[in-house]
Design a protein around this ligand. Structure first.
Ligand SMILES: [Zn+2]
Length: 84
């Protein structure tokens, strides 16, 4: 019973991690659409407040690292359980 529960938690965490990675991909691919974007030169409509990519990347990478660490913790606990 406990095993099934942990798998469900892992699946949920992997889904979340996938979403975060997609977000990260999107920032790298499209930048922040600011006229002064450091990563991607925008075309068409632009904003002018300075590149927000660095901050956006920082946030999303922090979330990725936290979720990966949570997955790691679940897997480590799972491994300990199965070796008992
Ligand atoms: Zn940018």
């Amino acid at each position: 019973m406990k095993h099934t529960m942990n798998i469900e938690i892992l699946k949920h965490q992997c889904d979340h991690l996938r979403e975060l990675l997609k977000e990260f991909d999107l920032i790298l691919a499209e930048g922040c659409k600011d006229g002064g974007c450091y990563y991607v030169k925008p075309t068409g409509q632009v904003t002018n407040g300075g590149c927000r990519c660095k901050k956006n990347i920082e946030f999303v990478v922090e979330d990725i690292a936290e979720e990966a660490l949570r997955i790691h913790t679940v897997v480590i606990n799972e491994t300990k359980e199965s070796h008992r």
